[in-house]
Design a protein. Structure first.
Length: 175
């Protein structure tokens, strides 16, 4: 893929979750935002030829984008079998053979590492725990899993939380 706009147009084909669960904060990462972050990760050398995990992948927009950009292998992890099925269908339609879908809870990241091995890059748009029915602190669980699983982490967080996120990762031994 030669242009970020091409990636964005391809990612626009990834559908949103048909029946999102507010408690899981299932929402689709907008294609322009996904393409921007994936393109930056690619430019930093964290996608092409690397192993990538998309934690809480939902319908797979970030993992599919990483696979398209030449990741050696992408592991898309989510607790929702329906979302994974949708993501797998999109990956099949695109002919992506470098992507695996795993139904699992990121809280069990020690078990996930047994399946995936330690990955080069984690890219995630975790739940923030900000919705009324959501798990408070859910983003922390994802941050811990990402730190345990990957060398480089690209993670979406709420506006204004940059200082908290930086301190939390530093406390986990990341940075």
């Amino acid at each position: 893929m030669r242009r970020k706009r091409q990636l964005e147009m391809l990612l626009e084909r990834v559908p949103p979750h048909p029946r999102p669960d507010p408690g899981l904060e299932q929402y689709l990462t907008p294609a322009p935002l996904a393409a921007e972050v994936l393109w930056a990760a690619r430019d930093m050398g964290d996608i092409g030829g690397r192993t990538v995990a998309d934690l809480g992948c939902g319908t797979g927009i970030l993992g599919i984008g990483a696979a398209v950009l030449g990741a050696e292998m992408v592991y898309c992890v989510d607790v929702d079998a329906g979302a994974l099925e949708l993501a797998e269908g999109v990956a099949e339609d695109l002919g992506l053979g470098n992507i695996r879908f795993i139904e699992a809870d990121v809280r069990d990241y020690d078990d996930l590492v047994k399946v995936t091995g330690r990955v080069d890059t984690v890219i995630q748009n975790p739940p923030f725990g900000s919705q009324e029915r959501a798990d408070r602190g859910a983003d922390r669980v994802f941050m811990e899993a990402a730190s345990a699983m990957g060398r480089a982490v690209y993670s979406f967080h709420m506006a204004g939380s940059e200082d908290f996120v930086r301190r939390y990762y530093e406390g986990l031994g990341g940075g």
